[in-house]
Design a binder for this molecule. Structure first.
Ligand SMILES: [Fe+2]
Length: 207
């Protein structure tokens, strides 16, 4: 998918342009949250990554390659964290859209029903996984061969390092919701699933 190609570029990595205005996700996610989450946190991951890889063997690698090459290497943990967080956030912004939610298109909907029983059951599993993630992390809809699954990852971890194909994600770090929801992670996740989740992006990633 074309949008994801921005994630494939080698150094210097750049903060991708948000696919909507910073107030376009209101009232579910405020412009204030986007100002900090995209403008400060995501930008910092990109800036840190560029500093960390300058002059190293990773300087000219595409982002996904940096992630897979540094995963499970304790001495490269800081590079992994910043590379993965750069990738995760770009993927998260594309997993949301103004007037999202609703029903996925037929092909994805059928796959969801085959894997979870119903769209509601899939959403419930995403919400349950989001609540079960202790501390910071991510919840993902992934495809694992013919089947769709929900997985959660801690901190910067990302399913592509386990050979799973990510279809969409929800950020459950506190910085994603604290300004708008304080500690009410479930309210944030359910509002995102009902009003912002971008099923078109998930369907495009199936291909
Ligand atoms: Fe985040």
């Amino acid at each position: 998918m074309k949008n994801i190609d921005k994630n494939e570029k080698a150094s210097p990595h750049v903060l991708p342009v948000l696919p909507y205005a910073d107030n376009a996700l209101e009232p579910v996610i405020s412009a204030n949250t986007l100002h900090f989450h995209y403008g400060k946190h995501h930008q910092a991951y990109v800036d840190n990554l560029n500093k960390l890889i300058a002059g190293t063997e990773f300087a000219n690698l595409p982002l996904e390659k940096i992630i897979t090459e540094t995963a499970d290497k304790p001495d490269k943990k800081t590079i992994f964290n910043n590379a993965a967080q750069t990738w995760n956030h770009t993927f998260y912004w594309r997993s949301l859209q103004p007037q999202g939610g609703g029903e996925p298109a037929a092909v994805l909907k059928k796959k969801i029903e085959a894997s979870f029983g119903s769209l509601d059951a899939c959403k419930k599993e995403l919400a349950t996984a989001a609540m079960a993630q202790f501390g910071s992390g991510w919840v993902w809809l992934v495809s694992d061969g013919a089947k769709l699954k929900v997985v959660k990852t801690g901190n910067a971890d990302v399913p592509i390092t386990s050979g799973l194909k990510a279809l969409l994600t929800i950020d459950v770090w506190e910085h994603a919701y604290y300004l708008d929801y304080q500690n009410r992670r479930a309210d944030y996740v359910n509002a995102v699933l009902d009003k912002l989740i971008n099923w078109d992006f998930a369907a495009a990633n199936l291909r």
